[in-house]
Design a protein around this ligand. Structure first.
Ligand code: AAO
Length: 462
């Protein structure tokens, strides 16, 4: 259950935070598919409680009320249509699934059903008092039983050791599989027992053969926040799925904020406290960490954010990188803006995935797939460059100008720097780099440039 199920030649997932299904279907067809994205992570597609008294915060979607597929992103018909159109555009769909708990707030849901958490009553599933752990709050992350048997921020905690509860969860996941989903981001996996999760994953059916080879298993990537300071370890969850590695974004944030030197990235990998790249999904920011008081780089520090994401995409260490795309916010709980003109100037949506530097690095990763890192270079401080075999070459400068003749393993010719431009009508709208007969190239990257990155690859050769 660690296989990505990507279509060949594609390598990166993007979390499309709060996008509605209609806009996502179009985005797959007009941008994500053509630009080579491999997959999207969607916001939880099941019914949640409507948190009207707090202005419909984004986090109401983490308070499930039933497994019916109606949310503010759209109903089941719109979801099914989006999954089909994205698959047809080469883009796989991964659902954020929340089954550690049910809603803590009472009242009506996005699908018109109701719940009463004080009675542990969720009739549209149905769940009742017997399906939950006894009431207690999570207040000690050093106590494994407290973390897994008590309530995360007061959310009624389902007991996944019960067969009935497992059946309901598996039924929900199977419904999504039937619609053509490729896998799941499992919310709050740390708060569930590994043995229960293993049993649940093992009971989910094979992927829909209309889109996937026979016998394909869904990908499970699990939210297990492990900075190394608590008894629950990500390794407890890697026997039956992948984990989201939270150390990854923290370390690259330190580096690209200048708190560690770029030259040290020569050893980037497990020696930095990361799990094996074949056990994880890695990312710079997600919907929680981008709201965590500047803990990680986000769109708010655009230059360094692009550099960190570009490094993630250029480096061979991790198998599955995940990007993030969301909306501007100041208030941490603010819900999504209107979606009529999504991504237009003034729409309130950042659309990080459409930034040329990010989208083109998704293309870089596809072009260099299967190659090792080669031709490592550094000035000894805050400048580095490296190749990906005979397919690509990339340079980063956090301080000072790079003006150097560097050895690449690329075939001779003229390449378009995909950070500053694109190829259009057989010419490059940005900088070009000439690789000479001996593989050497003069690399210019000045500190005055907006991005601090230069990237060339064989699919963008003139
Ligand atoms: C909302 C309200 C609450 C209210 C609740 C119930 O905000 O006031 O009580 O409703 O009515 C999201 C929002 C929540 C929201 C919830 C439900 O973030 O604010 O609550 O929806 O609407 C832990 C979990 C992790 C979880 C994270 C937020 O382990 O699973 O908390 N993330 C997921 C989702 C998230 C969602 C939920 C789960 C719930 O991605 O969006 O919540 O479905 C430590 C632990 C972590 C722990 C953090 C935060 O980390 O290790 O496991 O995450 O604390 O409590 C240092 C420490 C490190 C610490 C870290 C991060 O590095 O060393 O240990 O800082 O702070």
């Amino acid at each position: 259950q660690k296989n990505s199920n990507f279509q060949p030649g594609r390598n990166s997932i993007v979390q499309m935070f709060e996008w509605n299904w209609g806009n996502l279907a179009k985005e797959c067809e007009t941008f994500l598919g053509p630009k080579g994205f491999a997959g999207i992570q969607i916001s939880p597609p099941n019914e949640n409680v409507v948190v009207g008294d707090e202005g419909r915060p984004w986090w109401e979607r983490y308070q499930p009320l039933s497994y019916q597929l109606t949310t503010r992103s759209g109903d089941e018909g719109a979801l099914a249509d989006m999954i089909k159109r994205c698959n047809n555009a080469g883009v796989r769909v991964y659902a954020d699934v929340v089954f550690n708990h049910m809603a803590a707030k009472g009242g009506s849901g996005t699908g018109g059903n109701n719940c009463d958490p004080s009675k542990k009553s969720y009739p549209a599933v149905p769940y009742g008092p017997d399906d939950f752990h006894p009431d207690c709050m999570i207040n000690n992350y050093q106590d494994v039983n407290n973390v897994r048997n008590c309530q995360l921020v007061g959310l009624p905690d389902l007991d996944q050791s019960k067969q009935y509860v497992r059946d309901k969860i598996v039924g929900y996941l199977n419904h999504l599989v039937d619609l053509g989903i490729a896998g799941f981001r499992v919310d709050a996996a740390k708060h569930m027992w590994p043995a229960d999760l293993s049993a649940i994953y093992g009971s989910v059916k094979n992927l829909n053969s209309a889109y996937f080879p026979g016998g394909s298993r869904p990908l499970f990537y699990q939210e297990v926040i492990d900075y190394g300071t608590e008894p629950i370890k990500k390794g407890e969850y890697t026997g039956f799925g992948r984990v989201l590695d939270f150390v990854h974004g923290g370390q690259l944030t330190n580096v690209f904020r200048g708190q560690n030197q770029l030259k040290n990235l020569q050893s980037w990998g497990t020696s930095w406290g990361l799990a094996s790249g074949s056990d994880t999904v890695v990312f710079i920011d997600n919907h929680d960490t981008q709201r965590d008081n500047g803990r990680v780089l986000t769109y708010k520090e655009a230059k360094q954010y692009k550099m960190a994401n570009a490094f993630m995409l250029a480096h061979p260490y991790a198998e599955i990188p995940k990007l993030f795309s969301g909306y501007y916010f100041n208030d941490n709980k603010q819900g999504p803006p209107g979606q009529d003109n999504i991504c237009a100037e003034g729409s309130g949506w950042v659309c990080e995935h459409r930034w040329r530097q990010i989208a083109n690095m998704v293309g870089f990763r596809n072009a260099v797939s299967g190659t090792d890192m080669t031709n490592w270079w550094t000035d000894g401080y805050q400048q580095i460059a490296f190749g990906r075999g005979n397919k690509g070459f990339v340079a980063f400068s956090l301080s000072g100008d790079i003006k150097a003749d560097l050895q690449t393993s690329l075939p001779p010719g003229t390449y378009c720097d995909v950070i500053t431009g694109d190829i259009s009508n057989n010419s490059c709208t940005g900088k070009t780099v000439t690789v000479r007969g001996d593989g050497k190239a003069t690399i210019h990257l000045s500190s005055g440039e907006p991005d601090g990155i230069l990237a060339i690859h064989v699919s963008a050769k003139l």
